[in-house]
Design a protein around this ligand. Structure first.
Ligand code: ATP
Ligand code: MG
Length: 342
């Protein structure tokens, strides 16, 4: 068979296979875009588990109709001003999300930058881009995704029940919300509000604890020890639960790297190491840890959905987590025992 270049729509559908695995992945991309746009409120609506509709509305910086046309084009981004993959400071950087979604669904973007007199809307259906039309919309952006995977029936077949897809989306939004307590979030399935988080007030530590309490439960906030440590330019903050608050799995162990929720084996290993003197091997503590480090010390471009990162010095990050957590636990044990002996 001759070698040939694939048509652009097909290229986008193939890329979409990696970027948009299920409705929750589209929610993640759209909410990350809203966060990168500086939004203070982000509302997400899903219908039929996101299969019929995913709508994300923000009050961020918006885009002009010219930018909108670029935004749905592959590899077009406003987020790499210096063509520099080493210093990535935003959640997005590839310019892949909107064209990928537009290739496998009916996408519409309606937006008005704060200084603009009017809003514009643009639609993309199965890869075909329309022309921007004047529209009515307040400052900010609304992205609607209808009939997800209508253009890729094979992927459509793999979707689970609406309930399962909604719970994945809920988990995705909760993780992003934990990293951004200053932003208000709602998620509704059209009938019920499933998430309703007001922007948390106060200094970072207070605001963060309020948000963690709202997401992980009051129990966690009441039984959490603050963590604050720094080593060789790597910062670690967050909260770890007392050993007495534990679970049968590690699902409530959250790690964020430069504001990005990530799943990282390094975290689970470090947490196990820190709690080994306090907990049986089959019990798992609740933790939410936030690592901040210079962007050049972490590669975020290693996973199609950016769910994993690669640290330049994983041993340093692991060591920092283990020693800070051990220290906090030892202090807490000491405090508890002095209280008892008083
Ligand atoms: N909600 C939004 N508000 C303002 N601008 C947006 C919004 N969503 C997208 N954009 C603009 O559209 C561009 C393309 O978005 P898209 O998500 O496709 O790529 P990206 O965010 O740059 O990179 P990535 O593929 O890693 O997400 C963005 O760079 C941004 O300029
Ligand atoms: Mg993006």
């Amino acid at each position: 068979m001759p070698i040939r270049r694939l048509p652009e729509t097909l290229v986008n559908q193939i890329a979409a296979g990696e970027v948009v695995e299920r409705p929750a992945a589209a929610v993640k991309e759209l909410v990350e875009n809203a966060l990168d746009a500086g939004a203070r409120h982000i509302d997400v609506v899903l219908r039929d588990g996101g299969r019929a509709l995913i709508a994300v509305t923000d009050d961020g910086c918006g885009v002009t109709p010219e930018e909108m046309l670029l935004a749905v084009e592959r590899h077009a981004t406003s987020k790499l001003p210096d063509n520099d993959l080493v210093h990535i400071a935003s959640l997005g950087f590839r310019g892949e999300a909107l064209p990928s979604i537009g290739a496998v669904a009916r996408l519409s973007v309606t937006s008005r930058p704060p200084e603009a007199e009017e809003a514009w809307a643009l639609s993309v259906e199965g890869g075909r881009v329309g022309a921007p039309q004047p529209a009515a919309h307040p400052k900010g952006t609304r992205v609607e995704v209808r009939d997800l995977f209508f253009a890729t029936p094979a992927r459509l077949k793999f979707l689970k029940t609406a309930r399962t897809e909604v719970s994945h989306a809920q988990d995705t939004l909760n993780r992003l919300a934990m990293a951004h307590p200053e932003v208000g979030f709602t998620l509704s399935d059209g009938d019920r509000k499933l998430i309703s988080l007001a922007p948390a007030e106060g200094a970072l530590f207070d605001a963060r604890l309020k948000r963690l309490a709202a997401v992980m439960g009051r129990d966690f906030a009441d039984n959490a020890l603050p963590i604050s440590a720094e080593r060789e330019g790597i910062g670690l903050t967050g909260y770890i639960g007392l050993p007495t608050l534990n679970r049968g799995n590690a699902q409530q162990q959250y790690l964020f790297v430069n504001g990005r929720p990530v799943r990282d084996k390094l975290l689970y290993g470090a947490v196990r190491g820190a709690y080994q003197d306090f907990l049986a091997r089959d019990r798992h503590p609740l933790v939410a840890l936030f690592v901040t480090l210079p962007p050049e010390q972490v590669d975020v471009n290693v996973h199609p959905t950016k769910a994993e990162v690669r640290f330049r010095d994983p041993g340093l990050v692991r060591g920092l987590i283990v020693s800070a957590a051990k220290h906090a636990l030892a202090e807490a044990g000491h405090r508890a025992s002095t209280t008892v002996s008083d």
